[in-house]
Design a protein around this ligand. Structure first.
Ligand SMILES: NC(=O)c1ccc[n+]([C@@H]2O[C@H](COP(=O)([O-])OP(=O)(O)OC[C@H]3O[C@@H](n4cnc5c(N)ncnc54)[C@H](OP(=O)(O)O)[C@@H]3O)[C@@H](O)[C@H]2O)c1
Length: 336
C-alpha cells in the first residue's frame, strides 16, 4: 500500500474483478482514489490473491463469494455505495460446460439484486451487450438483456451500459480476431463475418464505467456505448492485419454450423469452445448503438479501432495474458 490519501470516500464493490473488464476497472478506480471491495470466487485460484501483477495504490478489500450462492453475498454488499456488475457465466473448455449459462446468469443476477436490495445499495452499474430484442437475438445477447432487466427490476438504481466487441488484450472476442488473423494466411469464413457492429476501445469503456459514478444523469438509464466506426467483423480482421502488416485473404463460404465454427476457432485460438459458441452465435445480430446520449453525459475522446488495436498490441508487448481472465482464455503456460 503506497498512500492513505484518497480522493473519494465512495465505497465501490466490483464483481468480476478477475475478468478482462473487472481487473482493468479495479486499477482505474484505484487511481481515482475510490475505496474498493472485490467479490472474488475462490473456485479457480487460491483465495490468497487477486493475482495482480502490478501493485495498486490502495489494497482493495477482498470478499469471497459466488453469485450462485446467495448466502455469500450480503457481507460483500454491506456498507457499499455502488456496485459494478461485470460477470457472465459462459466458459468451460467444452460446449457442454457452457450450455447452462443463461440459467446461471439469470440466477446470479436475481441473487445479486436480492442481496443488493436487502443491503440498501443505491447504485448498480452493469456492462451488458448491444442488440435489439426484436432481432431474434442469440442466446448470449438475449441473456445479457435479461440480466439488465433483472437488475433494473429492484429498488436499486441501475445503469446499464450496452457494448459490442471491446478491443483490448485479453478480451475473448478480440483474442479470437487476433489469433485467427495472426495464425491463418487465408481466412475462410461464413457470411456472418459481414454483420455490422460498433466495437469500442477498452480505454473508452473504462472511461464510461468510471464516469457513470460521478454523473448522476446516468442513474437508472440504459445507455449504448460504441466507438466511432461501424465495421463488419471482416473489416475488423482486415484492419487488424493492416495494423500488423500482415497480408490476409478473407473468403466468404456458405453457412457453417455455429458448433463446428466454435470447435474450429477453439483449435486455432486459446479461447475455449464454451465461450466461442455463444459469441459466434451472436455474430448474426447487428450490434450498433441505437442512441449516443452518453456522449453528451460523459464526453470522452473516442479512439479509432486502429488505435485500439495498437494499444492492445502495445499492452501485449509486456506479455500476453498479463491481464487475461482465466474464464475467457486458456493460454498455454509459455504465453502467460
Ligand atoms: N469482453 C467483451 O468484449 C465484452 C463486450 C461487451 C460486454 N461485455 C460485458 O462485460 C462484462 C464482463 O465481461 P468480461 O469480458 O470481463 O468477462 P470475463 O473476462 O470472462 O470475466 C468474467 C468475470 O465474472 C466472474 N464470474 C463468473 N461467474 C461468477 C459467479 N458465479 N460469481 C462471481 N463471479 C463470477 C469471473 O470470475 P472467475 O475469474 O472466478 O471465473 C470473472 O471475474 C460482462 O457483463 C460482459 O457481458 C464484455
Amino acid at each position: 500500500m503506497k498512500s492513505n490519501n484518497r480522493k473519494s470516500s465512495k465505497r465501490i464493490l466490483i464483481t468480476g474483478p478477475t475478468g478482462f473488464i473487472g481487473k482493468r476497472l479495479l486499477y482505474r478506480l484505484d487511481e481515482q482514489g475510490y475505496q474498493i471491495r472485490c467479490l472474488v470466487r475462490c473456485l479457480v485460484r487460491p483465495p490468497e490473491s487477486l493475482d495482480l501483477k502490478v501493485p495498486l495504490t490502495h489494497e482493495p478489500e477482498i470478499f469471497y463469494g459466488d453469485l450462485l450462492d446467495p448466502g455469500s453475498l450480503s457481507a460483500a454488499l454491506e456498507g457499499m455505495d455502488a456496485a459494478y456488475y461485470l460477470v457472465h457465466s459462459m466458459g468451460g473448455r467444452s460446449i457442454r460446460e457452457t450450455l447452462a449459462f443463461e440459467e446461471k446468469d439469470r440466477k446470479a443476477a436475481e441473487n445479486f439484486l436480492q442481496a443488493a436490495d436487502s443491503a440498501g445499495l443505491s447504485r448498480i452499474i452493469y456492462l451488458g451487450g448491444l442488440g435489439d430484442i426484436s432481432d431474434n437475438l442469440s442466446h448470449h445477447l438475449a441473456s445479457r438483456q435479461e440480466v439488465g432487466r433483472i437488475l433494473q427490476s429492484g429498488n436499486v438504481q441501475t445503469t446499464i451500459l450496452r457494448a459490442a466487441v471491446i478491443i483490448g488484450a485479453g478480451g475473448a472476442a478480440f483474442e479470437i480476431v487476433r489469433y485467427l488473423v495472426e495464425r491463418l494466411p487465408v481466412l475462410t469464413w461464413p457470411k456472418w463475418v459481414y454483420t455490422k457492429s460498433q466495437p469500442i476501445a477498452i480505454d473508452n469503456v473504462l472511461a464510461y464505467l468510471t464516469g457513470c459514478l460521478e454523473t448522476p444523469e446516468t442513474t437508472d438509464k440504459s445507455l449504448d456505448i460504441g466507438g466511432p466506426q461501424i465495421l463488419s467483423y471482416a473489416d475488423l480482421m482486415r484492419m487488424y492485419a493492416r495494423v500488423r502488416g500482415l497480408k490476409r485473404l478473407i473468403i466468404g463460404v456458405p453457412m457453417v454450423p455455429f458448433k463446428l465454427s466454435a470447435y474450429w476457432v477453439n483449435l486455432i485460438t486459446p479461447v475455449p469452445a464454451g465461450v466461442v459458441l455463444p459469441l459466434a452465435e451472436g455474430l448474426r445480430n447487428e450490434a450498433i448503438c441505437r442512441e449516443n446520449h452518453i456522449r453528451d453525459m460523459i464526453p470522452v475522446n473516442l479512439l479509432s479501432m486502429e488505435q485500439a488495436i495498437c494499444n492492445a498490441l502495445a499492452e501485449e508487448s509486456e506479455g500476453p495474458g498479463k491481464l487475461l481472465s482465466q474464464q475467457a482464455c486458456f493460454l498455454p503456460e509459455d504465453l502467460k
